[in-house]
Design a protein around this ligand. Sequence first.
Ligand code: UT7
Length: 339
Amino acid sequence: MRTSLPPHRSNKPRRTVSIVGTGSYVPERVLTNHDLEKMVDTSDQWIRTRTGIRERRIAKDDEATSDMATRASLAAMEQAKVAPEEIDLIIVATATPDHSFPATACFVQKKIGAINAACFDVSAACSGFLYALEIAQQFISTHVYNTVLIVGADKLSTITDWTDRNTCVLFGDGAGAALLRNRPDSHGVISTHMGSDGTFTDILMMPGGGTRCPITPENIHERLNTIHMAGKEVYKQAVTSMFNSATRALHDAGLRYEDIDCVIPHQANLRIIEAIADRMGLPMDKFYINLDRFGNTSAAAVAMALDEAHRTGRIQIGDYILLVVFGGGLTWASSVIQW
Ligand code: UT7
């Protein structure tokens, strides 16, 4: 029986963990609100005013989640100038893995040649990227690993019911990635808060395809292999959970809302973002928003927005960033980072 911690974890001070590179990828095919008008009983006007979404991207049939995750990862590695062999751990957050097993992270490992990495997936729906961020942060700050690649990637188009106007107008496909490392004497993750409430499992789920309800021709006919959502209830919970979680993370960071330079929220619905901005007492120009172009890409959404905000110069060295997400489970999380 082990009586003490292994030497590499012994009593060293916790290290600062920084995001040293970001990347993202979206498929080429654009599906506009006008395209959806031809598929279900909806209108561009309804979708824009109720959600803020104008268009979303749809992956090709032969483009799996790991393919998108790989493209985002390579972009992050190029930006960070990190070679594949240097990566110690790959975590992919997804609700739409290539297969039930092996983990999508293993497929990413093979494609990028990260031969020294351990790999696993995280299942926290739209909140997965920040769950992965916190796991990576723990491993690096405690000296277990030096370089961790985290990815949020989802191909929701494969589990969307394209005959259900309540859900099909909301989602899109994409991937976002970040590389995390200890950067001595630098900025990094200051605090993270994660939470879940399993009493709400049934308001946002895919009922079929697991051990509770294996796929059969009958339940495919009933579309149990697609996203089922009680939209209004999810909306209410999203606003409350994101606000409470963000407030907690800020408190742990010793900061106030007015100290934050940029909020990067989960990109589900513009009205949800407006509601949390109102509660936070922050103007909308503090929020980075790209849901108009990509819709809700689940675990990818906050990762893609972070990469865009970084590459376009919306966030600058020294800025205080608040990431806040929400998703099925229910799950939620917030991270405060000094860039
Ligand atoms: O990643 C996290 C997961 N998801 C979310 O965060 C989504 C959270 N929920 C929402 O964003 C919103 O609840 C929705 C966008 C899904 C719906 O907006 P809403 O304002 O809550 O609309 P509603 O569901 O109350 O529906 C209002 C009306 C209904 O018609 P009636 O019953 O008033 O006649 C719906 O049938 O709008 C109708 N409707 C639509 N009409 C045109 C629902 N979807 C559509 C549509 N086009 N696509």
